[in-house]
Design a protein around this ligand. Structure first.
Ligand code: SF4
Length: 256
């Protein structure tokens, strides 16, 4: 198979970020599943007027695979639930991703900030939609796409849930493909402190390969992006980014 690994992650991420977030009005471009290919894969119809879906996380893996306790275990503990084999989560998807993994279950029209399948919504509108659901899950999964194109999304959702008095009854789960360091660039120290101190939050990060070749094969990003070290030009944190391998590592012991 001919490999086409050509994504310039920095440039593509910047272009997508400009489309998925309006910082001034605090809105994010959220996928609407109605009429999409992904809708055909769903076991339950979309909810939240098409902007949400329910995902069932299962502890049991496929035959020969280990159990997958994420996010079941951290969410269960945070919410003081009994042991669970399966967990329902309310999913919202940001409508863009800066990589194109061959195995992605999200169709590409829902990864490219396509306005035919997405609308700019404020976290308050997402929470309104969530609260309208009669049998709403307690876990809210903020995914994509690549949610960290707009790390403000996580912060704003936390602030909104707190404002509604829901921070103890819900658990926020998000994911990250380890491609960018926007968490350090676009959030302030104070923002990061809010995230750090938020009790009911967990995040999962995924590895896209074990070397440059497998990484490029899986993500379609340029292979040199697999292990790319750079110094943060914006502050003295001396971040080292090993994209695709380990995300963001800081060389100093500083609380985030
Ligand atoms: S990083 Fe995730 S959302 Fe993006 S293409 Fe890969 S699997 Fe899909």
């Amino acid at each position: 198979m001919e490999l086409e690994s050509s994504i310039d992650t920095d440039r593509f991420s910047a272009a997508l970020r400009a489309r998925v977030i309006d910082v001034k009005s605090r809105r994010l471009l959220i996928t609407n599943f109605h009429g999409s290919k992904q809708e055909q894969d769903l076991t339950e119809p979309p909810n939240c007027n098409g902007f949400g879906r329910v995902r069932h996380f299962c502890l049991a893996g496929n035959s020969g695979w280990p159990q997958n306790p994420l996010p079941i275990e951290p969410a269960r503990r945070a919410l003081h639930m009994r042991s669970l084999d399966q967990l329902r989560a309310q999913v919202f998807q940001i409508s863009a991703c800066n990589w194109r993994c061959w195995y992605c279950f999200v169709d590409r029209t829902l990864l490219s900030a396509n306005l035919k399948h997405a609308s700019l919504l404020a976290p308050s509108e997402l929470v309104d939609l969530y609260l309208q659901e009669a049998s709403r899950p307690q876990v809210i999964d903020l995914t994509g796409g690549q949610p960290d194109l707009a790390p403000e999304w996580i912060l704003w959702m936390m602030q909104e849930l707190k404002f509604r008095g829901l921070e103890n009854d819900t658990y926020i789960w998000s994911d990250d493909n380890l491609s960018i360091d926007y968490f350090w660039h676009f959030l302030t120290d104070k923002d990061r402190e809010v995230i750090c101190k938020y009790k009911n939050y967990g995040k999962v990060c995924c590895f896209k390969g074990f070397d440059a070749v497998s990484f490029a094969f899986n993500s379609s990003a340029l292979p040199e992006c697999f292990c790319q070290a750079k110094t943060d030009p914006f502050d003295d944190r001396k971040c080292t980014h090993l994209r695709g391998l380990a995300g963001t590592l800081t060389t100093e012991k500083r609380p985030i």
